[in-house]
Design a protein around this ligand. Structure first.
Ligand SMILES: NC(=O)c1ccc[n+]([C@@H]2O[C@H](COP(=O)([O-])OP(=O)(O)OC[C@H]3O[C@@H](n4cnc5c(N)ncnc54)[C@H](OP(=O)(O)O)[C@@H]3O)[C@@H](O)[C@H]2O)c1
Length: 264
């Protein structure tokens, strides 16, 4: 059998692009996916040249169910060992004002696509006897709710709850297959521009986020929280009354409009 492949969704920027670089460096062949073809093509060439691995890509809109199945199908002939379910986005603002079409597409990408790929890949990994599947959730998914980003926080709470339960099922079945949820706090990517949001805390680099995630994934940790301040915040919120947690989250969740210049 040839060298194993890692599949990364949302590989055209941010955390997904950082995973692509790290996994190529680790010697994995790659299958990348996202909607922006020019980015995928540029990264594929650069990573293949730099690390001497095979890098393929498939352009797909993962808000569409049939596109998720098409991507899963395109990986069937490859010896996939790692799957990073990373594509996702948010939208900031009061629920009365946020656009429903964007929110529904967000639920499709952040929730439905994650569930489709988890099912497809874990069944394959279970048959093969091993494999790693990492769902990129968020610190948001560890909180009870997210005022001013209601649907986004709820989508990430789905991912953490879902992943914990699937990890339990695998353990109970005695499986060696890994599933985990990555729950970062702020990471400096294109997330804010897409979500019309702004961090009230400093973000970590995507490189730091994925290097911590990879190590923890290889150790078999189910819920992965990069950065000590975020780990401390996760513990602290368990002790606070719900009303106070919601007030804090609402206060730090700020909307920001981005200009053409910000969009580069
Ligand atoms: N940045 C943070 O602070 C942070 C914190 C916690 C969790 N996260 C999570 O981390 C993941 C990656 O986000 P990021 O921060 O790296 O943001 P990003 O730089 O905006 O990257 C998002 C990626 O998702 C892809 N994507 C979005 N909609 C898609 C669609 N309909 N079909 C296919 N691909 C789609 C984008 O590719 P195209 O636009 O080319 O399709 C892009 O590659 C997300 O799940 C996000 O919720 C981020």
């Amino acid at each position: 059998m040839g060298k194993p492949y890692a599949v990364i969704t949302g590989a055209s920027s941010g955390i997904g692009a950082a995973f692509a670089e790290l996994l190529a460096k680790e010697g994995y062949n790659l299958m990348l996916t996202a909607r922006r073809e020019e980015r995928l093509s540029k990264y594929a060439k650069a990573l293949a040249g730099k690390y001497g691995v095979d890098v393929r890509y498939i352009v797909a809109d993962l808000s569409l169910e049939e596109e998720c199945f098409r991507v899963a199908g395109a990986t069937e002939a490859l010896p996939v060992r790692i799957f990073i379910n990373n594509a996702g986005f948010g939208e900031c603002g009061s629920f009365l004002d946020t656009p429903i079409d964007k929110e529904l597409a967000m639920t499709d990408v952040n929730v439905k696509a994650v569930q489709i790929f988890t099912k497809q890949m874990l069944q394959r990994f279970a048959e093969a006897g091993d494999g790693y599947l990492l769902n990129v959730a968020s610190f948001a998914g560890l909180l009870p709710a997210g005022p001013r980003m209601a649907a986004y926080y709820a989508s990430k709470a789905y991912v953490t709850s879902f992943t914990r339960a699937v990890a339990y099922d695998l353990k109970e079945a005695g499986s060696k297959v890994y599933v985990g949820a990555l729950c970062p706090g702020p990471v400096n990517t294109e997330f804010n521009r897409v979500a019309h949001s702004k961090f009230s805390f400093w973000g970590i680099s995507p490189k730091r986020c994925v290097s911590y995630a990879y190590k923890q994934m290889m150790r078999g940790k189910t819920i992965i929280i990069p950065g000590l301040p975020t780990r401390l915040a996760a513990s602290a919120t368990k002790l606070l009354p719900l009303s106070l947690t919601l007030r804090i989250v609402a206060k730090q969740q700020m909307r920001r409009e981005y200009s053409q210049q910000d969009m580069g």
